[in-house]
Design a protein around this ligand. Structure first.
Ligand code: SF4
Length: 507
C-alpha cells in the first residue's frame, strides 16, 4: 500500500507544473553489505523521513564497474516509503534478460526507470567484461512503451506501468556532438520517454538551452536539471576525463581549488553553489532537479535545500556567477548579453557538412538500386531472388561482404543501416553499436571508449548530413538488430523484406 501511494507521488509531482520536484542519486558500491551499504541506507532513511526529496535514483554499475544491482537497494528503500528510480542500461544485458528483469521489477513496484545506454564496461572478474549493448536507449524506451501498452508480444501479456526517464547532455563542446544529443532526444520522446534528466553541468545558459530547444521543437516533457556537488577527489578524476560524459570546466576547477584552502576545504562553498543552481533551475522553468554528489551527507543536503529556499526569488542575480562553460564551445542559441542567458534565435547549424566522393558514390548507388523509385530497384529485386536460389549464391554473398568490408568496414550483420547513417557503419564505427544516436560519453568529439584515437561515430554522421537529413534523423527510429540475420547477405534480406526496412516487394 505504501509503495503505491509513494509511486503516484513522484509521478504526480513531476507532471504537476506547479511543483518543483527534487530527486537524489545514490551510487551502490561493489558488495551487498558492509559500511558503505549501511551509510547509503541510513542516508535514504533520513531522506524518506524528511519528505522534500520525492524519489531517489539508484545507479547501475556506474562508470562501467560492477556494483550491487539497483533493485536490491531499491527494495530496501521502498520499504521506507521512499520512491525509487532504477537506472536501466543496455551495457550488460541483452533484450531477453532486460525483459526478465523488468517483469521482476514491475512486480516489486520498481516502476520508475532512468533508461540510458550505459558506460562502457570496465574491469571485472579476470579482465574486462564483454560489452553487450543489444538495445540502445531509444529501443529500450520503445520496448517499455510496448510493455505498458500490451502490444509488445504477439501473445497477450499483463500490462506494465513503467515511468520512463531518459538523459540528455547540453554539455558537449562542438556542434555535431551537441546537435546529435538533441536529435536523439527527439527519438527518445517519440518512443515514449516520460521525463528527462540532464547531464551534470554548472552553466545557467546551457541549462536554459535544453528548455528552449524542447519548447521550440514542441517536445513537451518534464525536465530535471542535474545538480552535482563534486568533492576534491572527484574533481581530480573528472579533470583526467575519467567519468564518461562529465566535464568540470577549467573555470570551475580553478574556483574549487581556491575554495579548498578554507578550513572546511571548500565544502560549504560547494553546497552553496548547488543551492544557487537549484534556484536558477527553478527560475528557468525546470520541472525539478536531480541532486547528487559523492559522500553528500544529510546535513549537507539539508543546508543546501535551506539555502535554495532562501535564494529562490533572487535567481536572476545568480546567473552571472553560474557560467562555467567555455564561451568558445558551441551554443545552439545566440547569447542574450543583458540576461546572460539565450535569445530565442538559434545560430546557423550544418555549416560543416562534408560530402566526400566516397559518400556521394554510395548515395548514388543507393538511390539507383535500393530506393524503390530507383531505376535498378525492380530488376535488382528480380535478379536477387533468382540469384539467392541459384548456385552462384555463395559467390554473390562473399562478393557483397568483400566490397562492403573494403568500403564501409562492414561487420556482416545482415541488416544494413548504412543509408540511415550517412554511409558509415555503426556496427564497426560505434563501440556500443548504437543505432539511434550517440551515447552521452563522447568528449570533445572523441568516442568515450577511444578518447583521442577515434571520433564518435555520430559526430562523423552529423558532419555528412544535409539539413534535410538532420530533420529526417529526428523523425526516425531504427529497431534493434535482428540476430537471426547475422552473417547473411544484407542485400538479399533487403529485397526479400527480411531486414528492418520490411519491404513488401519480394515475390
Ligand atoms: S562512437 Fe559515439 S556513440 Fe558510440 S560509444 Fe563512442 S561516443 Fe558513444
Amino acid at each position: 500500500m505504501t509503495k503505491n501511494v509513494q509511486q503516484s507521488c513522484f509521478r504526480s509531482s513531476l507532471l504537476d507544473p506547479a511543483e518543483f520536484t527534487l530527486t537524489f542519486e545514490l551510487v551502490p558500491s561493489r558488495g551487498g553489505r558492509g559500511k558503505e551499504y549501511s551509510r547509503i541506507l541510513s542516508l535514504a532513511e533520513k531522506i524518506a523521513m524528511d519528505g522534500r526529496i520525492k524519489a531517489v535514483s539508484i545507479t547501475e554499475n556506474a562508470g562501467g564497474h560492477p556494483a550491487l544491482s539497483p533493485e536490491v537497494l531499491g527494495l530496501d528503500i521502498l520499504q521506507m516509503g521512499l520512491e525509487v528510480i532504477n537506472h536501466f542500461s543496455g551495457k550488460d544485458k541483452n533484450r531477453n534478460q532486460m525483459e526478465s528483469l523488468l517483469f521482476g521489477w514491475e512486480r516489486e513496484g520498481l516502476n520508475n526507470l532512468l533508461v540510458i545506454s550505459g558506460d562502457y564496461p570496465k574491469q571485472g572478474y579476470c579482465g574486462y567484461a564483454k560489452p553487450v549493448f543489444d538495445l540502445d536507449s531509444v529501443q529500450m524506451v520503445a520496448m517499455l512503451t510496448g510493455m505498458n501498452q500490451g502490444c509488445f508480444s504477439k501473445k497477450p501479456m499483463p500490462l506494465t506501468s513503467f515511468f520512463k526517464g531518459v538523459a540528455v547532455s547540453p554539455f558537449k563542446s562542438d556542434e555535431a556532438e551537441l546537435m546529435m544529443q538533441y536529435y536523439k532526444l527527439h527519438r527518445k520522446i517519440s518512443a515514449g520517454a516520460d521525463f528527462v534528466i540532464t547531464q551534470i553541468g554548472f552553466d545557467a545558459r546551457k541549462f536554459q538551452e535544453v528548455l528552449l530547444y524542447l519548447k521550440q521543437n514542441k517536445l513537451n516533457v518534464p525536465v530535471l536539471g542535474n545538480v552535482f556537488i563534486p568533492n576534491l577527489t572527484v574533481l581530480k578524476i573528472m579533470r583526467r576525463g575519467k567519468v564518461p560524459g562529465c566535464v568540470i570546466p577549467a573555470s570551475l576547477d580553478r574556483l574549487m581549488m581556491a575554495e579548498s584552502s578554507a578550513p572546511d576545504k571548500g565544502r560549504q562553498a560547494r553546497l552553496l553553489r548547488g543551492a544557487k543552481l537549484l534556484a536558477i533551475l527553478k527560475g528557468l522553468g525546470y520541472s525539478g532537479a536531480h541532486i547528487g554528489g559523492p559522500g553528500l551527507t544529510f546535513a549537507g543536503l539539508d543546508f543546501m535545500l535551506n539555502q535554495f529556499r532562501r535564494l529562490a526569488d533572487s535567481w536572476k542575480d545568480l546567473i552571472n556567477k553560474m557560467n562555467h562553460w567555455p564561451d568558445k564551445n558551441f551554443f545552439y542559441f545566440k547569447q542574450d548579453v543583458t540576461s546572460g542567458l539565450n535569445l530565442p534565435q538559434p545560430v546557423k547549424t550544418g555549416k560543416k557538412a562534408k560530402f566526400s566522393p566516397h559518400f556521394l558514390l554510395a548515395q548514388a548507388v543507393h538511390n539507383l538500386a535500393f530506393d524503390p523509385q530507383g531505376l535498378l530497384f525492380m530488376p535488382a529485386v528480380k535478379n536477387c531472388s533468382a540469384l539467392e536460389k541459384g548456385i552462384l549464391a555463395p559467390i554473390f554473398k562473399q562478393g557483397e561482404f568483400i566490397a562492403k568490408s573494403l568500403l564501409f568496414h562492414c561487420k556482416n550483420c545482415g541488416d544494413c543501416t548504412l543509408s540511415e547513417q550517412a554511409f558509415l557503419c555503426p556496427q564497426s564505427g560505434c563501440a556500443k553499436f548504437l543505432l539511434n544516436g550517440p551515447c552521452g560519453g563522447s568528449r570533445d568529439g572523441w568516442c568515450e571508449v577511444y578518447p583521442g584515437k577515434k571520433r564518435c561515430h555520430y559526430v562523423k554522421v552529423y558532419e555528412r548530413f544535409s539539413q534535410d537529413q538532420c530533420l529526417e534523423f529526428t523523425r526516425g527510429f531504427l529497431p534493434p538488430r535482428n540476430w537471426a540475420l547475422n552473417g547473411t547477405s544484407s542485400w538479399f534480406n533487403f529485397y526479400a523484406g527480411l531486414d528492418h526496412n520490411n519491404l513488401h516487394y519480394a515475390e
